[in-house]
Design a protein around this ligand. Sequence first.
Ligand code: ADP
Length: 165
Amino acid sequence: MTTALIPGSFDPITLGHLNIIRRAANIFDKVVVCVMKNSAKNYLFDTEERIELVKRVVDRLPNVEVATTDLLLAEYAKRYEGAVIVKGLRAVSDFDYECQIAMVNKKMNPELETFFLTASEKYTFLSSTVVKEMAAYGADLSEFAPVEIIDDIIQRTNDRRQSQS
Ligand code: ADP
């Protein structure tokens, strides 16, 4: 049994994230999408909301679960049988950073391997930041974000705008 852990902020989950999750679910027995709490980031959605949005999007994928943890991922991974980390790589800039993280994780947990999937060509430009920028300009989000959560992103963006004006 191998379990692929897919960590990220998912603020919010994009079609690029979903593409990596689906592909990992076709390869590994189980996929656990791990919604990380990174205090350095100024999130649009809080942790519970990000979890709920990811759950809604992966609901119909039978071998995909959603989790969160306060632990370092290298420690958290020890809870799962045959755990590996799966990351999506969009560009060379992702590679430098992700290689560094993979090496740190391996140092802390020598059993833990990191697998990289290259981003699908049509999503190489896509990030949660792009989705939030597009939402701020009232753009059509259907090519960027899963349909199940588009209304939530628009609503939250509008609420933020009103509370700041
Ligand atoms: P972001 O990098 O968009 O702020 P996350 O921190 O949630 O989002 O990213 C989690 C992981 O998902 C990272 O490994 C990142 O490389 C990967 N990822 C993000 N967007 C894409 C995409 N469009 N295609 C493939 N992988 C992606």
